[in-house]
Design a protein around this ligand. Structure first.
Ligand SMILES: Cc1cc2nc3c(=O)[nH]c(=O)nc-3n(C[C@H](O)[C@H](O)[C@H](O)COP(=O)(O)OP(=O)(O)OC[C@H]3O[C@@H](n4cnc5c(N)ncnc54)[C@H](O)[C@@H]3O)c2cc1C
Length: 466
């Protein structure tokens, strides 16, 4: 249903709310807000607003509700499922000016932040006080905590510390009609009514605009060591992943990269790694509070890998060497995406089934004549499958892609998996949602959306059609 256009009266009122400098309507000014990291998609809003306070967000939402104008929230714009794309035009609400770290409580071990705080900035601020906020999406230098909450972001350390959800205790949320609610508390236990906090975590900006976030923190583990292990086959690498956890080791990261992923990252960084031509590599990190225990665990994992046929184990004990290995891992995402137009899938399966998923993906991509590069968070059973357009014509791409993705997701679900582990459904994964969810499950989700956003104005057409 078309919505009323954002007219000059509405723009003037938005300027009254946020200040004229923070309301953009010119195409050049809005260009950076018209895309995220999802493929080559570009959707211009009618107006961009950059509020500074929760009260301003409330006023914007009240106005939009009254005029029935869609609003799309946006954090750092690093999303990979098109969640921040203003696909219906309307108002793009960027929280990029809401960047205060309000408090870091070293006694109760909680931090309170505004949603536009960059994840890495927060991590470094708490680390300066001897504390630790573990969720670490590879995009942490440019994504925001608000975006992390909305997507329930993961990252390498989820293998030991869980995902964003596990660290969020309270939220301030502006509802689609402009009401402000405060969910949760700074208590470690809380069964005071429904857990609204966790309803908003992972809701992809479709239920409310998050304007304040309370996270749990822990003491920063002082010891950390890293291993890069090269394997002759993908199967041997993934067998080691299962065995590491089965034996009770708790690596703080267990990342998988296939040969092509390593190759593009090495090229991008201009920095080599041992056995870059091996079929698969695992980047494993162990952290903790006891230097000897960390070292013992690391060496035992290294031995385990050698028993499973690893080619070589490279140990990085010094921070500089560790950073070099992590730089390669963190470069993979952007390096792969710079090759050509791409479509990234974010399948997650029970850890023991990653091998079946990877074998299946190889067979499906071969049959459909497409090339995919795989890497990801093997410790969580979460593999990113980047399908590359390369020299394919538009017609071939549009023809082959949907069938291949359907088959990949059918396989994922048949293995007990889900179609997104951490990137969300957003705009681009919406057609595939019925593969993973039953009709009743989808209907209950739509009822929740309807109850909280009766006019369907907040981030419309994300997750499902509004
Ligand atoms: C190179 C690269 C590597 C990545 N690695 C990882 C990874 O390891 N793990 C991982 O989980 N993800 C990863 N991502 C994906 C992405 O960084 C995450 O999904 C991140 O959480 C998005 O945050 P953002 O601030 O950029 O959000 P945006 O892209 O701006 O928005 C994402 C969604 O959040 C909503 N939103 C944003 N702010 C708010 C708010 N204040 N209130 C309500 N809704 C809001 C938007 O409407 C949208 O639906 C990666 C992306 C890239 C490009």
């Amino acid at each position: 249903v078309p919505h009323p256009p954002v007219d000059s009266v509405t723009v003037a009122e938005l300027r009254q709310i946020c200040g004229a400098d923070f309301v953009l309507t010119d195409r050049d000014g809005m260009q950076p807000f018209a895309h995220d990291f999802t493929e080559d998609l570009l959707y211009f809003p009618e107006v961009v607003v950059r509020p500074r306070t929760t009260a301003e967000v409330q006023a914007i939402m009240r106005l939009a509700y009254e005029r029935e104008i869609p609003v799309t929230p946006r954090g750092g714009g690093t999303g990979l499922s098109g969640g921040a794309l203003p696909v219906r035009g309307g108002i793009l609400l960027s929280v990029d000016r809401m960047t205060s770290i309000i408090s870091i409580d070293t006694e109760n071990m909680m931090g309170v932040v505004e949603p536009g705080v960059i994840t890495q900035v927060y991590q470094e601020a708490v680390e300066a006080q001897g504390l630790f906020y573990p969720p670490d999406p590879a995009s942490r230098g440019s994504c925001t905590l608000g975006g992390n909450v909305a997507e329930c972001a993961g990252g390498p350390r989820a293998a030991k510390y869980g995902v964003t959800r596990d660290w969020i205790y309270a939220l301030d949320v502006v509802m689609p009609d402009g009401r402000l609610i405060r969910t949760g508390s700074q208590c470690l236990k809380d069964v005071t009514g429904y857990n609204l906090t966790q309803l908003f975590v992972g809701s992809e900006g479709t239920l409310g605009v998050v304007t304040q976030i309370t996270t749990r923190l822990m003491t920063l583990p002082p010891f950390r060591q890293t291993l890069l292990v090269a394997f002759p086959t993908m199967e041997s690498a993934l067998a080691v992943v299962v065995e590491i956890f089965r034996r009770g080791y708790q690596p703080s990261a267990c990342e998988f990269m296939e040969r092509d992923a390593i190759a593009v990252a090495v090229e991008r960084k201009g920095q080599d790694v041992p056995h870059a031509d091996a079929e698969a590599q695992l980047l494993i990190e162990v952290d903790g509070f006891d230097a000897d225990l960390v070292e013992t665990q690391l060496f035992t994992i290294g031995e385990l890998a050698m028993e499973h046929g690893a080619i070589e184990v490279t140990v990085a004990q010094e921070p500089g060497k560790q950073k070099q290995l992590w730089d390669i891992r963190r470069a993979v995402g952007e390096a792969v995406k710079s090759i050509s137009i791409y479509k990234e899938e974010d399948a997650v399966v029970p850890r023991k089934h990653i091998v079946s998923l990877m074998r299946g993906v190889a067979a499906i991509t071969r049959e459909h004549g497409i090339h995919a590069i795989c890497y990801g968070h093997a410790g969580d059973g979460n593999i990113h499958i980047n399908i590359l357009k390369k020299e394919m014509t538009d017609e071939e791409w549009n023809d082959r892609l949907p069938g291949a993705i359907n088959r990949i997701f059918e396989l994922t679900c048949s293995l007990g998996g889900r179609i997104s582990g951490e990137h969300g459904i957003g705009f681009t994964q919406r057609p595939y949602l019925p593969i993973a969810l039953s009709g009743d499950e989808l209907a209950v989700m739509k009822q929740i959306k309807q109850a909280l956003d009766p006019k369907g104005l907040l981030n419309p057409d994300k997750i499902f059609l509004s």
